[in-house]
Ligand binder design. Structure first.
Ligand SMILES: [Ca+2]
Length: 98
């Protein structure tokens, strides 16, 4: 399971709906992206907006918006069915006043 450690830097305003596409960050030699489970903490507060039980996979994008102008950190974790090790990546989102 590979999850890219870096990332895209996205920029927008409080009205921007950001799309997070995990398929560009995840790769596995055995499982396809629709088999790789992912979860998201989209505002870096330690609470998963989409957790394992929500059934998101690396083939599905999620969207989120940020009311507060700031640089926000989004965290992706991914897991395959055969490994105990989760992959992790961070994406930074810069929200500026319109
Ligand atoms: Ca969160």
């Amino acid at each position: 399971m590979t999850v890219a450690g870096v990332l895209a830097h996205h920029e927008g305003t409080p009205t921007t709906l950001f799309e997070f596409d995990p398929s560009v960050l995840t790769w596995d030699p055995i499982e396809t992206r629709d088999q790789i489970e992912v979860r998201w903490d989209l505002n870096g507060d330690g609470i998963w907006e989409f957790d394992w039980l929500d059934g998101q996979t690396a083939a599905q994008s999620v969207t989120w918006s940020y009311a507060e102008p700031a640089i926000h950190r989004a965290i992706l974790e991914a897991r395959s069915s055969y490994s105990e090790l989760n992959g992790r990546a961070e994406v930074f989102v810069e929200v500026v006043s319109p």
